[in-house]
Design a protein around this ligand. Structure first.
Ligand SMILES: Nc1ncnc2c1ncn2[C@@H]1O[C@H](COP(=O)(O)OP(=O)(O)OP(=O)(O)O)[C@@H](O)[C@H]1O
Ligand SMILES: O=C(O)C1=C[C@@H](O)[C@@H](O)[C@H](O)C1
Ligand SMILES: [Mg+2]
Length: 173
């Protein structure tokens, strides 16, 4: 059986997967892997270029393949917010780690991101903005979450502490 010794952060763009992933990894002595950077490295293109060239579905396919190939131990993994569109990838990630959903309200995300300008996100046809993405994805984050942490109203430092405390209490690290 594969050892489930990683921590996988999921959640909306701007939920803090990348920001908290590296801070938490330092606190608990794990490695850190930002899967967005892995996609860029393996494709030799920026995320935005992949999305522009292949469209949302093409990007999701690339992301799925890259996530399925992740083979790490004692690592905090931060995929992009769109990872939950890929069933194979989520199956693989849930086999190698504990899936932690960083739950942040739409209001708080709006405040953090100020909309979606300058931030490459997978926006399917007919979607108008962050609220549409939020509505479509919340059931997916909830479906895959083994642990859910409400991060509204926290500073980065408080959120990192909350993440580490929760993981420790759950025996996930
Ligand atoms: N409590 C908090 N926890 C995490 N990030 C916070 C918090 N409060 C504010 N922020 C800010 O919100 C942003 C989170 O962005 P980050 O890139 O980490 O999100 P992400 O979940 O990795 O998104 P993506 O899916 O696009 O990769 C950062 O600018 C960070 O400084
Ligand atoms: O949530 C999203 O749709 C995305 C988030 C980013 O991290 C990247 O993975 C990509 O730009 C898509
Ligand atoms: Mg990120």
């Amino acid at each position: 059986m594969v050892k489930k010794d990683n921590v996988i952060l999921i959640g909306m763009p701007g939920a803090g997967k990348s920001t908290l992933g590296i801070v938490a990894a330092k606190i608990i002595g794990y490695d850190f892997l930002d899967a967005d950077l892995l996609i860029q490295k393996q494709s030799d293109k920026t995320l935005q270029k992949i999305i522009d060239a292949m469209g949302p579905d093409g990007f999701i396919q690339v992301e799925n393949e890259v996530l399925c190939g992740i083979d790490v131990h004692r690592t905090v993994v931060s995929p992009g917010g769109s990872a939950v569109y890929s069933e194979d990838a989520m199956k693989h990630l849930s086999e190698i780690g504990t899936i932690v959903y960083l739950k942040v309200s739409l209001d708080e995300l709006m405040g953090r991101l100020g909309g979606l300008h300058e931030r490459g996100v997978v926006m399917k046809d007919g979607m108008g903005g962050l609220a549409d993405i939020y509505e479509e994805r919340i059931p997916l984050y909830e479906k895959y979450a083994e642990v859910t942490i409400d991060m509204d109203g926290t500073t980065v430092r408080e959120a990192a502490a909350k993440l580490v405390d929760t993981l420790s209490m759950r025996g996930a690290i």
